[in-house]
Design a protein around this ligand. Sequence first.
Ligand code: F6P
Length: 499
Amino acid sequence: MTGLDECWTRIRSAPHEPLSALFAGDAARLQAFSGDVAGLYLDFSKTHLTRDLVDGFDALAKAADFDAHRSALFAGAIVNVTEGRAAEHTAQRGEGEAEAVALAKAFHARTRGLIEAIEAGALGDVAHILHVGIGGSALGPDLLIDALGRDSGRYDTAIVSNVDGSALKEAFGRFDPHKTLLVIASKTFTTTETMLNAESVLGWMTMAGVDDPAGRVVALTANPDKALEWGVDETRILPFSESVGGRYSLWSSIGFPAALALGWAAFEEMLEGAAEMDRHFRLAEPRANWPVIAAFADLYYTQVRGAETRGVFAYDERLRLLPSYLQQLEMESNGKSVTADGTALAGPSAAITWGGVGTDAQHAVFQLLHQGTHLVPVEFLAVVEPGHELDDAHHRQLLVNCFAQGAALMAGRGHDDPARAYAGDRPSATILIDALEPRTLGALIAFYEHRVFANAILLGINPFDQFGVELGKEMAKSVEAGGMAFDPSTQALIERAGL
Ligand code: F6P
């Protein structure tokens, strides 16, 4: 069987057995659908994947030339075909085409050099880092610092993304302008929100009488000329390659505030953890490859069972920003209607990613997961080692709840009163991390990146462009410029707000 359509027919015609029957019929099911890689234990046994389905998806991967696409990614070939670019985020971790790896190393050395200079006092007294950036230029550093920097105490950092002045106001209230370092993170160095926020921070420093505010600005960008033009000194511009996509950029100089807050050694460990996942993804055959197996499950639920969303619940406060990070990674990458060659997708694109933190979510949205009519494949994340020294009871309760939710979703419970009955057979996957450290977090994020890539290849999508965000940006410019006739609803809003 080679044709994509034939493979989908085979996958769609596989019998749908309930999870309880799948476990009852296969004593080795847990072993077959769980495993360890790079400090992560992944358990997909509570999904409806079967050996048969895996065979079907494996055939699909062959028909889609998955191996060649994967090799092209690591070889630095033009995989972002609509923009004519390579996608070299793995090169930042040392896994990729030799020249790209060497360039990433050189850029990292530059980043490290500036961090050491700041630590040595070259930019004066620095206690606060005010990082302005949005989307991929904010979500990654924010996640890393929130997950790993809670006790590091090296610098007080604020990642401000929203153009709403209330976001900056909050940082201004916390920080001393004389001790603040302004970090402007923008791949393009043209993003309106970021540039306006950067101007406002500079204005705040100037108003406070900071000596040479421009001397306390660092730029993280793939467009160093623009940063120079903006007034950032060449020595404080940390470049990265155009071939590193925004939502894949936390490994590049965009990770600067995290490297500063956590220390360079921690940042390097994070890169190494990601590289370990890269090697697994590059070398393991699809049916034994965790990001690919996860993509098989994603595709099964979206393409065969009609699931429109996927819920991600972190049972660890340190990972509370992961769902938002994944929303950009997954939805900006695979939220497309056409394949890489412009043909309309035959079925739905990737699922809508949403989620939250456990146990909070149990008391808010889990009602729908247990009894609602929607099919929502759920992903639980938990960490064996607690992130605090409080009474063990806290962590015990957290893990107990996490594992109980997966079990309850699957088992369900009958009842005479329909309002009190649980249908069960609701799928979940669990990722259990030994300890949340730079290395395992790096591996976890890389796992998701490769899962997105595997989904994209099997759907025929280019996951590395994001033209869908452009129209709104252009319209915003037209609203700002005025004089354009919009639809009556938009026109009325503009007039009512006095724009
Ligand atoms: O508008 C979407 C986007 O282009 C994202 O892909 C990107 O991460 C974000 O905006 C920020 O862009 P930049 O880093 O160029 O400011």
